[in-house]
Ligand binder design. Structure first.
Ligand SMILES: NC(=O)c1ccc[n+]([C@@H]2O[C@H](COP(=O)([O-])OP(=O)(O)OC[C@H]3O[C@@H](n4cnc5c(N)ncnc54)[C@H](O)[C@@H]3O)[C@@H](O)[C@H]2O)c1
Length: 348
């Protein structure tokens, strides 16, 4: 793939898009040593600043028609302004799909994707809109464009979409990403540690609060996210029956795009004696998403370029609900090996 050739379309110009677009610009220019907060500078030869935004869609009247670099600051977005000046090409936000059964709207999105020669469509809508997820996936498949779904609403998990994508050599990456350093990752590591040390799990909970639009939405639309978070934990332990997860335990406006995750784990050690761990995690919520999206879109572009349709297994370790092609823990291990082989040795 040529430098600057990874062409990304984004649907949903919310906080994730803001963190991604500003982050790409932030890493532009000369850096000495490893880039802060970056897992893989190169992935399959594609570097972060090779990712160019070529199309964007939203349905919010205060975002449509604005350049992406301006739309990312429209409310309710509240990811911080990083003050970056060198933002790569910034198209205007096109009207997206507001009626998922409207074939004309789906064709309209497909036409823009083709015209802009997008390689990948990032699906980043509020959680709880499965019909929308399907409509945008239909548009991407019609345009021959790979999809990365960073929400728990199924795309890769819809067997019929997956079968068509495999037939037409279109990668479908999903569903729902595991944040860079989020509650699922930290909670999963704690539970795995108990298991590894032979401590019996008695019970555990994970409560998350934040002040962005996603937290507000997840108060009422959190069921899909809750299932997805359980699936992420099951990549580490076989049963989550005694684990309670609350994706949005409260909307706290003053936190803006910051998130607080509280995790408590109780177990029993030798002679049934108690073990207890309480952890508080504080992170910038949408940086946490963008730090993983940047890898997922490069995995998708690479698979598309190689004509590998369907689910790219290298994405498995980065997802909460990966499309399963084999048993979950074996697939994660295989995915980790593939991902390591894709990371360019210039990372060292
Ligand atoms: N922040 C994280 O760490 C993280 C991690 C994993 C997954 N996610 C998921 O990513 C998704 C996006 O998160 P966000 O914080 O950017 O959300 P957000 O609410 O800030 O942004 C969503 C955007 O989608 C737009 N939109 C709504 N309906 C639309 C439609 N029909 N067509 C086009 N655009 C539409 C909204 O106007 C808004 O601009 C959520 O589902 C969230 O749960 C976030």
């Amino acid at each position: 793939m040529e430098a600057g050739a990874m062409r990304l379309a984004i649907v949903g110009i919310g906080n994730n898009a803001s963190a991604l677009v500003q982050g790409i610009a932030y890493y532009d220019g000369e850096w000495e040593g490893p880039l802060p907060g970056v897992s893989r500078t190169f992935l399959g030869g594609i570097k972060i600043t090779d990712v160019e935004i070529v199309a964007a869609f939203d349905v919010s009247s205060n975002k449509i028609g604005k350049r992406v670099v301006d739309a990312i600051f429209c409310p309710p977005n509240n990811y911080p302004d990083l003050g970056v000046t060198s933002v790569h090409a910034s198209p205007c936000v096109s009207p997206g799909i507001d009626a998922p059964d409207d074939q004309e709207q789906i064709r309209g999105v497909a036409d823009v994707l083709k015209k802009q020669q997008a390689d990948v469509l990032l699906y980043s809508l509020p959680t709880g809109l499965p019909a929308m997820a399907r409509a945008y996936a239909e548009a991407a498949i019609a345009a021959g464009v790979a999809v990365v779904n960073c929400t728990p609403d199924p795309i890769a998990g819809v067997p019929e979409l997956m079968a068509r994508a495999q037939e037409e050599n279109i990668p479908l990456v999903g569903d729902d990403l595991q944040s860079h350093f989020g509650s699922s990752v930290v909670h999963g590591a704690l539970l795995a540690l108990l298991k590894e040390r032979g401590v019996t799990l008695v019970g555990s909970y994970q409560l998350n609060v934040g002040g962005n639009a996603d937290f507000n939405n997840l108060r009422s639309m959190g069921q899909g996210k809750e299932r997805s978070k359980h699936r992420a934990l099951r990549q580490k332990i076989s049963s989550t029956d005694s684990v309670t997860v609350v994706p949005s335990a409260g909307f706290v406006p003053y936190l803006a795009d910051r998130k607080v995750g509280l995790m408590s784990v109780e177990g029993r050690g030798w002679a049934n004696m108690p073990v207890k761990i309480d952890v508080q995690l504080q992170v910038q919520d949408s940086s946490n998403a963008a730090g993983v999206i940047i890898d997922l879109v490069r995995i998708a572009a690479l698979a598309r370029e190689r004509g590998e349709g369907g689910f790219p297994v290298a994405a498995t370790p980065l997802l909460k609900s990966p499309h399963l092609v084999e048993d979950a823990q074996a697939q994660v291990k295989h995915g980790q090996e593939l991902l390591a082989s894709l990371a360019d040795d210039r990372d060292d």
